[in-house]
Ligand binder design. Structure first.
Ligand code: UD1
Ligand code: CA
Length: 454
């Protein structure tokens, strides 16, 4: 039986942020969410998050993980002190406790499985994950005998100059036989430079304790500052983009593209330079996104084209063309075969199949039918200064260039709106609506020449 504890109570002083470190986002998920995802394939009996700094905020951000139990560490007196808080919750527990620092976001599930398997097969009291780093600065150094049996872990700040030369570091990922750890935890001392209770002191006391090196040292990167956050992002991006190319997605100039790993793509999607896909975006096959586009939390159908455009929280059906220079924001639904672009903004609006909004329009709070042509410069005037109002346009209608539809207003089916109209009243089916003053032509009219005396 395995229980898990995620240490997420620290402030993360080195981030210099109001946001608790473990809530900093990394490619669509917070650091803590990533750590929790790394255990998703492991069968665990209980899962704890130790929270402290801005505990309420952290709890709220992690409440969507079912069965996650929160334990509050009121004062943050070190990683050992954090694990001490679990004692009342695991009384009589005979299994193992997997402890993960909340700031190690790139861990792979398989690595944790290997750690657990080694721990079990060797009958260890403690097994820790280690890595050999070219630049071990900042990490605790791990000293072992020839058989990977642990002798000591010394924090970077407590190391002598000679100890600092050791490149084997503590990843902050531990597996403990709980009864052994539980017996030792109350005896922890805070006799170090920081006067903190170090979990690492427990590791070196328990016997047998063993270190297991990770294959890929990038996995165990701990995030303490913004520079490391950026480095982790770049490692994550390489992983995500390699995986999509492997799965049949074309990336043109991958270095200029970013993709959250919460995004889902189908084979034969093509992503052009300077394009960024965020959140829970799904793109079906044959679509071409970019260049120069941003798509967030949106669903794009098959063979959709998005160029130089921003699409957020929206849905675009098959064969639609978005852009160049369109902005779809907030619950926009675009039907099949539509064209939206050339300086068009849409918000909370649905347009039916085969409808075009092709030039210089604002369509907000509107429902537009099928085969509608929204003429260049058509505006839905949805806001009266106090509240937003709805515009409806029926199937096969056409709005002339520069028409203003003053909401709330309903335009029927097969309606034509004359160019330059300001429509304030509803228009029935099969009607031509003209709402502008007539042009007056004055034949023979000439400007009077100014008199020579003035
Ligand atoms: C820790 C390890 C170090 C290791 C490194 C790996 C200790 C003493 N040192 O150092 O050997 O190389 O991680 O990344 O454990 N936390 C709490 N409560 C506290 C203090 C910390 O929950 O009272 C949490 C933090 O939120 C964080 C994690 O524990 O998620 C690690 O704390 P941090 O201060 O980053 O430890 P490091 O100095 O990086
Ligand atoms: Ca750390």
């Amino acid at each position: 039986m395995v229980a898990v504890a995620i240490l997420a109570a620290g402030r993360g002083t080195r981030m210099k942020s109001d946001l608790p470190k473990v809530l900093h986002p990394l490619g669509g998920r917070s650091l803590a969410e990533r750590v929790l995802h790394s255990i998703s394939d492991i069968e665990v009996s209980r899962c704890f998050a130790i929270v402290g700094y801005q505990a309420e905020k952290v709890k709220q951000a992690l409440q969507h993980f079912p069965n996650l139990e929160f334990i509050e560490q009121k004062e943050q007196l070190g990683t050992g002190h954090a694990v001490q808080q679990i004692l009342p919750y695991l009384q009589g527990f005979e299994g193992d406790l997997l402890v993960l620092n909340g700031d190690v976001p790139l861990l792979r599930g398989d690595t944790l499985k290997t750690l657990l398997a080694t721990h079990k097969s060797q009958g260890n009291a403690a097994t820790i994950l280690t890595a050999q780093l070219l630049n071990p600065k900042g990490y605790g150094r791990v000293f072992c005998d020839g058989n990977n049996q642990l002798k000591e872990i010394v924090e970077d700040r407590d190391c002598t100059a000679a100890q600092k030369q050791n490149r084997r570091i503590n990843a902050g990922v531990y597996c403990f036989h709980w009864p052994d750890l539980a017996e030792f935890l109350p005896k922890l001392q805070a006799d170090n430079e920081q006067q903190e209770y170090y979990l690492t002191d427990a590791v070196k006391t328990l016997k047998p304790a063993m270190a297991v090196d990770v294959e890929d040292p990038e996995e165990i990167m701990g995030i303490n500052n913004r520079k490391q956050l950026a480095e982790a992002y770049s490692i994550l991006q390489d992983r995500v983009k390699d995986a999509w190319m492997e799965a049949g997605v074309t990336l043109i100039d991958p270095d200029s593209i970013t993709i959250d790993d919460t995004v889902a793509l189908e084979p034969d999607v093509q992503i052009e330079p300077q394009t960024h896909l965020r959140g829970h975006t799904v793109v079906r096959s044959g679509s071409r996104l970019g260049p120069g586009s941003f798509v967030e939390n949106s669903k794009l159908g098959k063979n959709v084209v998005v160029s130089y455009s921003v699409v957020t929280d929206s849905q675009v059906a098959d064969n639609a063309r978005i852009g160049p220079y369109a902005h779809l924001r907030g619950q926009v639904q675009v039907g099949c075969n539509c064209r939206v672009g050339n300086f068009v903004e849409m918000k909370k609006a649905a347009i039916g199949d085969d409808t075009n909004v092709a030039h210089l329009s604002y369509i907000g709070d509107a429902t537009v039918g099928e085969q509608v042509n929204v003429g260049a410069g058509t505006i839905t005037a949805n806001y009266d200064g106090v509240a937003k109002h709805h515009t409806q346009i029926g199937d096969r209608s056409k709005t002339g260039s520069n028409s203003v539809l003053v909401a709330p207003v309903t335009i029927g089916e097969d309606v034509t709106i004359a160019a330059g109209s300001v429509i304030t009243d509803d228009v029935d089916n099969d009607t031509l609506a003209i709402a502008r003053s007539r042009q007056v032509n004055k034949p023979g009219w000439r400007r009077q020449d100014p008199s020579p005396n003035t």
